[in-house]
Ligand binder design. Sequence first.
Ligand SMILES: Cc1cc2nc3c(=O)[nH]c(=O)nc-3n(C[C@H](O)[C@H](O)[C@H](O)COP(=O)(O)OP(=O)(O)OC[C@H]3O[C@@H](n4cnc5c(N)ncnc54)[C@H](O)[C@@H]3O)c2cc1C
Length: 451
Amino acid sequence: MAEYDVDLFVIGAGSGGVRAARVAAGHGARVMIAEEYRVGGTCVIRGCVPKKLLVYASRFALEFEDAAGFGWTVAGAKFDWPTLIANKDKEIARLEAAYRANLARAKVEIVETRAVLEDAHTVRLLKSGARIRAETILLANGAHPVLLQIPGAELAITSNEAFHLAALPRRIVIQGGGYIAAEFACLFHGLGVEVTLVHRGEEILRGFDDDVRRHLRAEMVGRGIKVVLGGKIAAIEKRGHALQATLANGEHHPADQVMFAIGRDPNTRNVGLEAAGVKANAAGAVAVDDYSRSSVPSIYAIGDVTHRLALTPVAIREGHAFADTVFGNKPTKADHVNVPSAVFSEPEIGVVGLSEAKAREAGFALDIYREQFRPMKATLSGRATSVLMKLVVERGSGHVLGVHIVGEAAAEMVQLAAIAVKMGATKSDFDATVALHPTAAEELVTLHNKV
Ligand SMILES: Cc1cc2nc3c(=O)[nH]c(=O)nc-3n(C[C@H](O)[C@H](O)[C@H](O)COP(=O)(O)OP(=O)(O)OC[C@H]3O[C@@H](n4cnc5c(N)ncnc54)[C@H](O)[C@@H]3O)c2cc1C
């Protein structure tokens, strides 16, 4: 043991790394964690948390509009971007401080530097040049936004910069069709920005259920977001104080900001994987087994750098499972089955389990229950919107394989439905549950129409 400075060295103090460090320390390990930017990682500093705060901000506009049908006059409502960003930054600083305090309480030593692997047991701290010998090393160093390699790419922003814009743009062009692109398109639109979403595929939100994908796009378009499918920005130029995005088909889109939200690549470059002999997989992520162990027995990897399911609660679970396995004498596999997820678009999406297409691909015979209805609130607000609910059910056993909701509070609903799905609930269990009236969620237990 004495040949090592620490029992565990964690590279990256994000969602997964912080959980792994704290739990390992709780098991009695001497732990050091390196962070090159800010403690808390993507989720806290420039991901889930600030995004949700911006989403909340953007939704007030809808509430003000909807209020009229309920008798309210909301006069003189004004929005101030710098106030929102300043308040958001204060909250993020508070969270970062809480993360630091929790690590300190767990007796985890934080080193504020980039760290790279030198060999199977050595990490080099780039700021000081110091070498730390560790019995076990955990790569929890996340992912980064991908940039399009096109002329003028340096003029574009990614989600990283979107959280710190000095001014709210009047017009934005967003390239991308994933959940981050959809969320930013909706939140900027809610804040009054003219939004054009350019996606090279035939439909947004690849991987989600096809009905959900179509439904959200129709809602986005209905609310005034321009969606260009089968399109790709080929160049960005400066035009006075503004920018111009030119698509591959020659179309010009003037904008104040152009944003790339085309995906995130694992941080596997320049971190010493080759020096240590750690193998990457075809996706360019660190290849790991079910226990998050890499090709080098003393090096593990969790979270976005492994590109399994790039979500915060998953990184946290993987970090916890790793620490229990290696330091808690309790081998635990990370569980990736029936993980719920959301898109905080407008309207919101909540999903757990298999899409209809994935369930068919997996060979299930299916019953599909689907309902599209006008939410009660829209009757007085007059908003042209509808809620989509869909259950993917295994014919025969009746097991609910997938729950898909698009509508207000869909994420909140699906978190609860996920318990039932995880427990193996059947359609009869859903049917046996008495409705809670009047809610949108009650439709989940009264879905009778097979399609
Ligand atoms: C805009 C956006 C919105 C998102 N919204 C959601 C959401 O709503 N729900 C959800 O579940 N997930 C969301 N995610 C994904 C979520 O943020 C990630 O899945 C999660 O943060 C992954 O955790 P991690 O520990 O693997 O990596 P991270 O949280 O990214 O942490 C990695 C840390 O390592 C540091 N680092 C990297 N290299 C080094 C190095 N060599 N030395 C030292 N430090 C290093 C980085 O600075 C970073 O702090 C969102 C992501 C983005 C970008």
